[in-house]
Write a protein that binds this ligand. Structure first.
Ligand code: CFN
Ligand code: HCA
Length: 541
């Protein structure tokens, strides 16, 4: 009998002990338009369960700070933490700022204090100062970040005092400390928040390079994985929209200083950087709109929403021209890929926003998503803010200082649009103005949602649902492929991309058709099907 929906969920989870079952049941459900569809998210994983999640340090250093080109990041901690985030995420960079000036690029470097036992016992502050002096003598960066990892939090080195010392010692240097010890919070998500706070506290608002064009934006939550951000900027530039900064892919410290001078914030990944969007709204009166440049229809909707925000007939006409032209360029290819992919199904499990965004691109290609989940998203990413009357305090925010932001009187400008136009935009269901609808509304009834999906559940759900492809990350990719199912990485794009906007959609279709139609899968016999993979001895010898 083929089970689906909540019956399938119960069948998979019933193997757990009662306590674990009760816990996981709150994280796994199937979409039911009649039910409240409340999910538990952003809470601690049960110890012993093999989760795919990462840590606070990964979210701060690896995800948000990592892509900034002219930011030399010293990891204060044992060398392993630094090595872990060295070159593993595919954020691409260039060595110029947005005004064509050279900006050194340190993304391929790995700076660390390499703490040893004596530093743990007697303190590591001296070693950190020495590392800063060395870095300044050799590279002279304009920005230097200090990111602490677990042991530093435990022994109490004061990295903020050292950052202050460095700012005084080296005039012109922006040195910022990030207390992003891995144990903070419950996932990467805590690190996104810590990074966002410091970006607002120290960077945004300190530049004076005004945009040149009539319409200007920042792109928040776009990290230029596989070149995604370059493709988005190409489209926006074609429409006549200037990008003042992106946070943080394709950007450097010098661009981000000017972010407050743009007209509007576009939020691509809501999970990692909604904090910056909200704080800029409070401090500068700057609106943000939720966009998604993954998928043809999603991209069209997003650039039309930008046009609607600016409310300028010339801009809207140009946007329509760009849409028509870009669609025309990919029409034949998309038609072909659709003919090969129509009716196929997918499961997606990645971090905090792509499990939603990629569903829309799959829809463009005639595919549907039978299971989706996030590693570390919060309830609003699943359910949408508007459907949660009273948002629970996030489990991780207990640990993280919520920055109190006051309006900057000189720069606060709520009058970018008229009150009448604002009311119009707020009433428009196609536009998420200063708000985000989340994943649920785009999912079909009966499909499975799984928060913090683990190895056991992955294997069980895939066996039952048999999707044609599983989109995931490096940790779960190979177990799935060894079982004879195609798996594509949605974090790194398996060394491909960009997948954004129109041409990116066609490239994604191409890569997916190649993956699915290669005959290799039928030749694979999972090793554990005909031999034991684990041999144990009773009694010991
Ligand atoms: S690029 Fe982003 S889109 S930032 Fe975030 S929530 Fe990670 S690194 Mo991996 S691919 Fe992933 Fe998202 Fe936003 Fe990337 S889905 S897990 S922390 N993510
Ligand atoms: C992270 C980074 C990561 C990991 C990818 C993966 C990324 O969470 O620390 O597990 O395949 O995108 O590089 O999400």
């Amino acid at each position: 009998m083929v089970l689906h929906g909540n019956e399938l969920r119960d069948k998979v989870l019933e193997k757990y002990s009662a306590k674990v079952y009760r816990n996981r049941k709150q994280h796994v459900l199937s979409i039911d338009p009649e039910a409240s569809n409340e999910i538990t998210a952003n809470v601690r994983t049960i110890p012993g369960i093999i989760t795919q999640r990462g840590c606070c340090y990964a979210g701060c250093k690896g995800v948000v700070l990592g892509p900034m080109s002219d930011n030399a990041i010293i990891v204060h901690g044992p060398i392993g933490c630094s090595f872990y985030t060295w070159g593993t995420r595919r954020h691409k960079q260039v060595e110029t700022d947005r005004h064509g000036e050279h900006a050194d690029c340190y993304v391929e470097y790995c700076f660390s204090t390499d703490m040893q036992e004596p530093n743990i016992v007697f303190g590591g502050e001296k070693k950190l100062k020495k590392a800063i002096e060395e870095c300044m003598a050799i590279y002279k960066p304009k920005m230097l970040s200090i990111c602490s990892t677990c042991p530093v939090g435990l022994i109490g080195d004061d990295i903020h005092a050292i950052a202050k010392w460095a700012r005084e010692e080296y005039p012109g240097l922006m040195c910022i400390a990030f207390s992003c010890e891995g144990y903070k919070g419950v996932t990467q998500s805590a690190g996104h928040h810590i990074a966002s706070n410091q970006i607002i506290r120290f960077i945004v608002g300190t530049g004076d390079h005004k945009p040149q064009k009539k319409f200007s934006v920042n792109i928040l939550g776009e990290y230029n994985i596989g070149g995604d951000g370059w493709e988005i900027e190409r489209i926006l530039n074609r429409c006549g929209i200037e990008v003042v900064s992106a946070m943080t892919g394709t950007s450097c410290y010098r661009d981000m200083k000017n972010a407050h001078l743009a007209d509007l914030n576009l939020v691509q990944c809501h999970r990692s950087i909604n904090y910056v969007a909200d704080m800029m709204k409070d401090k500068y009166g700057m609106d943000w709109i939720k966009v998604n440049f993954i998928g043809v229809n999603a991209t069209k909707k997003s650039i039309r929403a930008i046009g609607a925000y600016f409310n300028d007939p010339e801009l809207s006409a140009r946007i329509e021209e760009v849409i028509a032209d870009e669609e025309n360029t990919i029409a034949d290819e998309m038609e072909y890929y659709k003919s090969k992919l129509k009716g196929k199904t997918a499961a997606i499990y990645v971090g905090g926003s792509r499990s939603h965004h990629y569903q829309l691109l799959l829809q463009d290609l005639g595919m549907s998503t039978v299971l989706a989940g996030y590693e570390f998203a919060h309830r609003d990413d699943y359910e949408g803010r508007r459907v949660i009357p009273d948002i629970k305090v996030d489990a991780d925010s207990k640990n993280i200082e919520n920055l109190k932001i006051e309006a900057d009187e000189n720069l606060y400008n709520p009058d970018r649009i008229t009150p009448e136009h604002r009311a119009e935009l707020e009433a428009n269901e196609d536009i998420d103005l200063n708000d985000y609808q989340g994943m649920y509304p785009d999912m079909e009834e009966g499909s499975i949602i799984a928060d913090d999906l683990n190895h056991f559940e992955t294997e069980e759900f895939l066996k039952a649902l048999k999707p044609d492809v599983f989109f995931s990350g490096i940790k779960d990719k190979f177990v799935v492929q060894k079982a004879g199912m195609l798996s594509r990485q949605i974090h790194s794009y398996d060394y491909q991309g960009p997948y954004t906007c129109f041409q990116g959609a066609a490239r994604f279709g191409h890569d997916l058709v190649m993956g699915l139609y290669v005959p290799a899968w039928s030749f694979i016999k999972a090793p554990w099907k005909n031999q034991a993979t684990l041999v144990g001895k009773l009694g010991g010898e």
